[in-house]
Design a binder for this molecule. Structure first.
Ligand code: FES
Length: 177
């Protein structure tokens, strides 16, 4: 490989690791990979865990998995796009991921989700017609102590209620929706 390409690859890896370092969900995912001894044949299982934690698989997440498992990114992308049960990064400009794991659920996250669904006039897993907001769900994002948690544009936010969630997304929902 040409030295410049190698440099680029390293820079990309550094950027992804930097992104991952501030987010506890990446640590939980890494622990899960470790449990599977970073084995390549656990890739599908690991992507499932990643989707449970993040709600969808975006580029940095797939690259993180590829780097950690020492697999070519193309292989990880190939698997993520082949199976229908994986959701790649949604097309909405903004994302709202409501955790429906047990701790969040018992503290009312289903009501939070219902409130956003009603206001945005979309269901979980959908994007508003103007592509401003994608609404997703996750199963335990590793923040049970601050349940119910919602992730707005990648920021894990504690103790959400229908009111705080609507306040958060209101700028992302047009009146025409
Ligand atoms: S159940 Fe929601 S963060 Fe664990």
């Amino acid at each position: 490989m040409l030295p410049t390409l190698l440099h680029e690859k390293q820079r990309e890896a550094d950027r992804v690791m930097q992104h991952a370092s501030g987010d506890k969900r990446f640590k939980i995912l890494e622990a899960h990979m470790k449990k599977h001894q970073f084995k390549h044949d656990a890739l599908i299982e690991i992507l499932h865990k990643a989707q449970e934690l993040f709600g969808y698989l975006d580029d940095d997440l797939l690259l993180f998995v590829a780097y950690k498992l020492k697999l070519p990114a193309s292989r990880v992308y190939g698997v993520a796009t082949f199976y229908h049960f994986f959701t790649l990064k949604p097309q909405g400009k903004h994302t709202c991921v409501v955790c429906l794991g047990t701790a969040c659920y018992v503290k009312g996250s289903a009501k939070v989700l219902a409130a956003v669904e009603a206001r945005a006039k979309i269901k979980a897993g959908e994007t508003t017609p103007d592509n401003q907001l994608s609404l997703l769900t996750a199963r335990c994002i590793g923040a049970c102590g601050i349940a119910p948690a919602v992730v707005y544009d990648g920021t894990v936010t504690p103790r959400q209620t229908p009111e705080t969630a609507l306040e958060h997304v209101k700028g992302w929902i047009s009146h025409g929706n």
